[in-house]
Design a protein around this ligand. Structure first.
Ligand code: 57M
Length: 358
C-alpha cells in the first residue's frame, strides 16, 4: 500500500524514488513485522492468559514438559498478523506471486486456527478431524498450484541443483508435486514445533535464504550470471520473506526458552505452507530439502519410528520426533534447540553455496 502511495510521488520528491528498490522495501518490511510483533506480543500473551487459552501438555512425553502446562498458545496469530500487515504495506500488490503466498499462509493459518480453537478453547482433544485438516490443506495448495500452472512467464520445469542441464518439464504432474511440497513442508514444520524456539529458528534461517533466492531469481542479470532460472516478478517475494523473518524474530523474543507463548498450529501450519510455496515459486523446490533439512529430519524420524514399530515391533528412537529422543537421552532443552539452530544455519550456507556450483 505504502509502495503504491509513496512511489508515484517521486517525480515531485526525488528521495521517494528509494521505494522502487526491492532491497529497501525488504528491510522496511522486516522491521515493520518485527515492530508489530513487539507491540502485539505482550498484549496477546496477556489476552490469551486472561481467556485461559493455555496448552494441554500430554503426560506420556518427556516429563520436563509438564511444567509447560497452561502456557498460552495460538501465538501464531501474531506472526500472521505481522506478516500480513507488513507485506500489504511494502509489496507491489499488483504482483500475483505475493497473493499466492499470502493465500496459502492465511488459508493454512485458518485451518490451524480452527484446530487450535477446538483443542484449546472447546477442550476437544481430537481437534479438527485429520480428514478435514488434510483436506483443507490439499484444496488450498491445489488452488495455488493450478493458478501457478496457468501463469504466463511461469514454466513447469523442475530444477536440480548441481546439474544445470537437468530440468525436466513436468507438465500437469507439476500440480501434484507443488501440492506435495506445500503440504509436506507445512506438516514437517508442525512436527518440529515441540521445544521452545525449535521451529521458529529454522523458519528464520529458511526465510532469509529464500529472501535471497527470491531476489536473485527475479533479477534477470543476476539470474543469468548464476545460471538459475529467471522468473519475472518473483523478486517481490523478498518482501514477503523479509516480513516472515521479522515476524518470526519478534515471536522468538517471547517463545525463547522458557517460552511465554507457543505458536500453535495456526503458526506452524501457516509458516510451513508459506516456505513451501516460496520454494516452489522461486524454482528452488529441491533445495528446500537442504534449507529446511531440520524439518525433513524431524518428519523422517517420525516416518522411520512408526514404520519400524509397525514392521519390527521395535523403536529406532527413544521417542519421535527426534527432538524428544535427545531430551530422553538427558540433553538440556536449550542445548537441543541451539544445536538444531546451528545445523539449520550450516544447511542454509550449503544451499546458498550451490548457487555457484551449477
Ligand atoms: C504437534 N505438538 C507438540 C504447541 C505448538 C505422529 C506423531 C509423531 C505426531 C506428534 C504430534 O502430535 N506432533 C504435532 C506437536 C505440543 O505443542 C503444541 O503444538 C503446537 C504445534 N502444532 O505450537 O501449541 C507440545 O510441544 C511442546 N512445545 C514446547 N515449546 C514450543 O514452543 O515445549 C511446543 C512449542 C507442547 C509443549 O510440550 O505441549 C507436542 O509435542 O505435542 N506426536 C508427538 O510428538 C508425540 N510423539 C509420539 O507419540 N511418538 C511415538 C510415535 C507415534 C512416533 C513414538 O515415538 O513412539 C509426542 N508428543 C508429546 N507427548 N507431547 C510424545 C508424547
Amino acid at each position: 500500500m505504502l509502495y503504491h502511495l509513496l512511489y508515484p510521488l517521486h517525480t515531485e520528491f526525488s528521495f521517494l524514488n528509494v521505494f522502487r528498490y526491492i532491497t529497501f522495501r525488504t528491510v522496511l518490511s522486516a522491521l515493520t513485522a518485527l515492530l508489530v510483533s513487539f507491540i502485539l506480543g505482550p498484549w496477546l500473551i496477556r489476552k490469551l492468559g486472561d481467556m485461559q487459552i493455555g496448552q494441554q501438555v500430554r503426560d506420556d512425553g518427556p516429563q520436563t514438559h509438564l511444567k509447560k502446562q497452561g502456557t498460552p498458545t495460538m501465538g501464531g496469530t501474531m506472526i500472521l498478523f505481522a506478516i500480513g500487515i507488513s507485506t500489504l504495506l511494502w509489496s507491489d500488490l499488483k504482483n500475483r506471486y505475493v497473493w499466492f503466498v499470502l493465500m496459502v499462509t492465511i488459508g493454512f493459518g485458518i485451518i490451524g486456527f480452527i484446530d487450535d480453537y477446538l483443542k484449546v478453547v472447546k477442550k476437544n482433544p481430537e481437534g479438527l478431524w485429520p480428514r478435514y485438516k488434510m483436506g483443507g490443506q490439499l484444496v488450498v495448495s491445489a488452488v495455488v498450484a493450478i493458478f501457478l500452472y496457468y501463469q504466463p512467464n511461469y514454466n513447469t520445469t523442475l530444477v536440480f541443483p548441481f546439474f544445470k542441464g537437468l530440468a525436466p518439464d513436468l507438465g500437469w504432474f507439476y500440480i501434484p508435486l507443488v501440492v506435495f511440497i506445500i503440504v509436506g513442508t507445512s506438516n514437517a514444520v508442525n512436527l518440529t514445533d515441540g521445544l521452545d524456539g525449535l521451529a521458529i529458528g529454522p523458519v528464520m534461517t529458511a526465510s532469509v535464504t529464500y529472501l535471497l533466492f527470491s531476489y536473485l531469481t527475479g533479477n534477470v542479470k543476476i539470474a543469468n550470471y548464476l545460471q538459475i532460472q529467471y522468473v519475472p516478478g518473483v523478486g517481490e517475494l523478498a518482501i514477503f520473506c523479509g516480513a516472515m523473518f521479522g515476524a518470526s524474530l519478534g515471536f522468538l523474543w517471547f517463545n525463547a526458552y522458557p517460552a511465554q507463548v507457543f505458536m500453535g498450529d495456526v503458526g506452524s501450519l501457516a509458516l510451513g505452507g508459506a516456505l513451501g510455496t516460496v520454494a516452489v515459486i522461486t524454482k528452488q523446490e529441491i533445495l528446500l530439502a537442504i534449507v529446511g533439512g531440520i524439518f525433513v529430519m524431524e518428519a523422517f524420524s517420525v516416518i522411520f519410528q512408526v514404520g519400524s514399530f509397525k514392521l519390527r515391533g521395535k523403536r529406532i528412537f527413544k521417542m519421535a520426533p527426534i527432538h524428544h529422543h535427545f531430551e530422553l537421552k538427558g540433553w538440556a532443552e536449550p542445548k537441543i534447540i541451539v544445536r538444531f539452530w546451528i545445523i539449520s544455519i550450516i544447511l542454509a550456507l550449503v544451499a546458498i553455496s550451490t548457487l555457484k556450483l551449477r
